[in-house]
Each structure stands twice: as C-alpha cells, then as structure tokens.
Design a protein around this ligand. Structure first.
Ligand code: ADP
Length: 476
C-alpha cells in the first residue's frame, strides 16, 4: 500500500513535542511491515540542513498566483524512510520555531504555510500528483495537515482515502475566513458541514469532517474528546462520526529509547542489571548541581510547561515533598509564569531542585534514566510518551488517570502495576500519590517489582502499526 504520512514535525529533524516522535517512528514501523510509506514535511531550515542527498523531483505552483515551490526527495536519517520536502523558502526558511517566532507568537501566515502543506498532500494523493508516485492513503496529523482531506474531497478524479490522527484536540488551527480565497477553497465549503467552526476557518474541523477515518492516539482519549468537557467544541461532530473514530495507542521508538543502548547515557543498563542506573543518578545529580546522595528520592519532569501538563498542581505540593527530603530535576519550557515559578523554586532549594528551561534531547534521556520517579500529572493527555519512556527506563511514572496515561500505566496496587495513578486533578490527590510512590521507593523489593513490570511492558510500535495498517485496509 502506498501511504503518505503528512506531518509538521519529525524527529530527528525538527521537534516541539510528541508528534515529532510519532512521525519519526510510525512510518518506519509501517515500512517494516512491508508498506511503501513516504513522509511529507515542510522545508524548514533545520530540515534542509540536516537532510543530505536531496533531489528536486518537481516544481509547480500550489495556489493560483503563488510563486512556484519545489518538492525535494530524500531519505530519513537511520530509518531510510523516503521523505518529500515542501521547499517553499518564503514560508518555511525562518529562524525560530515551526509555528511561532522567537517571542512566542504564531507566525501570521500559518494558514498559508500549512494550507500549502495540506494542498500538496492532497495532490500527492490524486491524479495530479507532481511526482511519479500517488498515495492510496493520505495520513494527516493534527491541524497542520487538516485541510488535506478537504482538498481530497474536492478533487473530482479518483483520489486517495484519508486518515486524520488527532494528537491533541486543543490545537485546532482556526483562522479568519478571509483565508478561504488565498487557499483556493470555495465559499460553499464555509459551512457547519464543512470547514467552518464558529465563524472561523478551522483546519482541524475540516480534517475531522472530511477524513474517511479519524484516529486519536489512545482509546480513552477517543472517548474523552466526545464529551463536552474535553472535546474543545468538536464533541458534537465527533459524536456524529462515532463509527469512524478509533483510538490507537502510540508506541515508542525502541531504538532511540532503550537504556541498554542509549547514546546519551554513559552508564547503560537493562532489566537484568539495574546497578548502572545508580551511576546515572549520580552523574545527573553532579551535572545538575544537586547534592549527590544515593538513597534520596529524585523526582523527574520533562515536559512542555503548560496548563495541560498539570504542573501548577505539582508546584503547589512540591515544598512539602522537598522539605521531606526529595530532590527534583525539571527540564522544560513553555508558559512564562510556570517557567518563573519553577526557577524560583530552584533558587529556594539549592542542591535539591534543578530547573533547566530549554529543549535538550540528551538531558531528557539522562533525566529519564537518572531519576527514580517520573512525574506526569496531566489534566488531559491524548497519549503521552514520557510515561512510557519512564517505564522503559525503570523510572516508574506518577500519572493522572486520563487519556493515554490511563491506557498505558497500571497502578502499583495491581499485580502488573507499572506506576502510580491518581484520579482527581487536585494538588492533594497528586501529593498523596507522590508520597505513595516515595514510600514504595523506600521498600526496595516492592519498587523493583514496579520497575521490572514497567521495563517488561511492550510499548513498541509493532502492535499499533499493525492496527493502523488494518485501518488503512478497511478504507482503501
Ligand atoms: P507532548 O507531545 O504533549 O508535548 P508527549 O509526552 O507526547 O507530550 O511528548 C513529549 C516529547 O517531547 C517527549 O519526547 C519529551 O521527552 C520531549 N520533550 C518535551 N519537553 C522537552 C525538553 N524541554 N527537552 C527535551 N525534550 C522534551
């Protein structure tokens, strides 16, 4: 089957969050199942710099009156998955982030940037494909490729079927209706039964309306987004399309995230020999300026610092935990207020709290390996990958029972427990659960059992990639 996987970020080229990890590993897993899968990504500077041996395979104008763009072809590093790069320098060759400029505002022409990505995806799935290859399935991911199913729907000749994966329904890509004409969308589609969402042109809504199938990244989240509390206004549409909605839990890239082979670690370890994990803890404490103590519980956070992740609840209960002797290592960036509050905490607890505000792939691996307990108290979490990395690295996670956290972590009170789970999104419930995790940490055999259950859990892509393939086959 010919599958085009359209994404706005992909590890190891460009990453702001979990979507990049999924885009780096799911296509490779599908390729391993014998499929002809190719990526389509924007030609950001980082992408053009990191990809070698690029060839121009097409030049064409995407929208009437727009200058020509190029389509380049290359192979992904390591996995060798073929990748098409949409080379439109005026839109993508910019310093700063893929969606935002340095000060944190969205690029004002995001509608054109990702509308163009969506349109090219649809072309690659139609008879008008600019290259000698045409997709049977166009697999879209989040709002940035949400218009592709709409463009496919408007294509008169035979065209690919589309799948829309929602990695986070809170990000919708809603724009002023004035963008309809530049994006070559007919006024007739600006309708409740089309691309319109409360007076705006919504990329995600378009994807959810026109795609042949809708997938979310965990079965629990597939139910949650059909509720008023968690559907961000799209629950009505999702409920109507209920029969086309399913949840497939993400996997992790086991070649990147394996404590036995991890290139970012000096002390590697596995289930059979956990001793080097203690060395990793010592190295981490040294690197981060924490007091080097072996048996002090070291808590870890690697996260976007946003309301979604529930870290404000954590901030409320941290002083008690730190006064009780715990240490904390935080890596993350995001909302200014949360960054500031964590930095203030680090000043108040020198040697006990370390806060690193930046994106640092290597340090994220070292925190995963060197801490004892990983904290992920998300208010909502479509899937979440860090809790799976934590389990894999013998660092049991504390999670709230929501979305993919509910589907991937079982509580330590169960025989197959892999972490510590709480229900209420309150600082008190979180505090009680962290205390329970620290009590467990102090009971060495009990903690070993939780660590070992987690390290044995199958969190790879095999099963999930197979599920995606079955889904494609149903609609092909
Ligand atoms: P989300 O996609 O909502 O941000 P996930 O848990 O699905 O959350 O994925 C987050 C990914 O981003 C993980 O691979 C995590 O390690 C990584 N990550 C988040 N913040 C940072 C950071 N500051 N430095 C390095 N990696 C980070």
């Amino acid at each position: 089957m010919k599958i085009l996987f359209v994404t706005s970020e992909v590890h190891p080229l460009i990453k702001t969050g979990g979507l990049a990890d999924v885009s780096g590993s799911l296509p490779a897993a599908l390729q391993a199942l014998g499929q002809d899968v190719r990526l389509l990504i924007p030609g950001y500077i980082q992408v053009l710099d990191k990809l070698e041996s690029k060839r121009t395979v097409a030049s064409f104008s995407v929208f009437p009156g727009q200058p020509e763009v190029k389509l380049l072809s290359a192979k992904m590093p390591e996995t060798e998955v073929p990748v098409y790069i949409l080379d439109a320098p005026q839109y993508f060759c910019r310093v700063a982030g893929p969606y935002q400029y340095e000060l944190g505002g969205d690029w004002p022409d995001n509608a054109m940037r990702f509308g163009m990505l969506s349109k090219v995806a649809a072309l690659l799935g139609s008879k008008a494909s600019p290259v000698n290859w045409r997709a049977d399935i166009v697999h879209c991911n989040d709002w940035q490729s949400g218009l592709a199913p709409a463009y496919l729907h408007m294509t008169e000749s035979a065209h690919a079927k589309s799948v829309m994966t929602v990695h986070n329904i809170a990000f919708q890509g809603n724009f002023d209706r004035d963008w309809l004409a530049p994006l070559d969308l007919p006024p007739s589609c600006f309708d409740m039964h089309g691309v319109e969402f409360h007076g705006y042109l919504s990329f995600l809504k378009a994807g959810l309306h026109y795609a042949d199938r809708i997938v979310t990244v965990s079965p629990t989240y597939a139910h949650e987004i059909q509720t008023t509390e968690m559907g961000y206004g799209l629950q009505g549409l999702l409920t109507v399309r209920n029969g086309d909605v399913s949840g497939i839990l993400n996997g992790i890239d086991e070649s990147e995230w394996d404590p036995a082979t991890d290139i970012h670690l000096t002390a590697r370890y596995g289930l059979g020999d956990l001793a080097p994990k203690a060395e990793g803890k010592r190295a981490l404490q040294q690197r981060l300026g924490l007091e080097v103590k072996e048996r002090v519980p070291l808590l870890g956070v690697v996260s976007r610092l946003t309301y979604q992740k529930g870290l404000d609840m954590l901030l409320e209960c941290l002083p008690k935990l730190l006064d009780g002797g715990a240490q904390l290592a935080v890596l993350g960036s995001g909302e200014a207020d949360l960054e500031k509050r964590f930095e203030q905490l680090a000043l108040r607890y020198p040697g006990r709290v370390s806060v690193t505000v930046r994106f640092d792939e290597g340090l994220s691996h070292q925190i995963m390996a060197g801490t004892d307990i990983f904290l992920m108290p998300s208010r909502f979490e479509p899937c979440g990958l860090n809790q799976m990395y934590g389990m894999r690295y013998g660092t049991p996670p504390v999670v709230r029972r929501t979305g993919g956290l509910a589907d991937s972590v079982s509580d330590a009170s169960l025989p197959d427990g892999t972490g510590f789970v709480f229900d209420e999104p309150t600082p008190a419930a979180l505090y009680r659960t962290i205390v329970a995790s620290i009590d467990c940490y102090r009971d060495i055999p009990a903690f070993r059992r939780v660590q070992s259950n987690g390290m044995k859990r199958d969190v790879g892509w095999r099963v999930s990639a197979q599920k995606y393939l079955e889904l494609y086959r149903k609609i092909e």
